[in-house]
Design a binder for this molecule. Sequence first.
Ligand SMILES: [Cu+2]
Length: 269
Amino acid sequence: MIQKIKDLMSFPPLTSLHGEKVDDLILYVHYLMGALFLVWIVYFVYVLFRFRSGANPKASYTGYTGHVSTYMEVGVAVIEGILLVGLAIPLWRNAADEFPQERDAKGALIVDKEGKPAVTVVRVTAQQFNWNFRYPGKDGFFGKQDLKFVSNDNKFGIDPADPNAKDDVTPPLGEMAVPVNKPVIIRLTSMDVIHNYAVHPMRIMQDAIPGVSIATHFTPLKEGKYQITCAQLCGNSHYFMKGALNVLSQDKYDAWLAEKSKGAATTLE
Ligand SMILES: [Cu+2]
């Protein structure tokens, strides 16, 4: 039933683990707004009829003295409170605080049964009007970043002297891939103005702000190619600022990463 209503409301396809809760929240808020709309319209029409001037030539100076309206207002506030405390705040806490664990207490990468990283971490730098991605390479460590190194040839501000940077992987502009069914952490920033990294089927949307690294996370559930959209009006070619998020099987992802790491030791960008 709920799925039918979501289809009716043209929700975009859903392919992430937490996304259903986002859709539920949107749906319940619409239920409440729909109910308020209907009740108000019915009440409005009733009042127009009941207090028409023909039947009420003399104004009442006391007006209505009952408490029904107060109870109704309290009722609406209670439902809003339930939506906020029961759904919205837990969703926000998950997005902002409950990140998947990348490393154990000793700082070693947590791996799955096959020895592959359990969490995929990608650094993303937005710029007018494209997306730069960077992967940590075989050692699992990103090279150190510093604002003073940022230039057009070094968009992530990587320290050229840091050995961890040598095997980092930079795929072509706008091209990103992750393995399916594994948590992904995005560390997001911007080179110029405020952008927004949004992938609608994953139900994620996060501002990219110059000078700050903001993390967000999601778990993709279905292989496929999804559009990364800039969801912040960022300049005259904002409409053009698209990227591709390829969700691949682990094998295909490994092959993709290996392909993109060719020559990684010599490029800094
Ligand atoms: Cu943008």
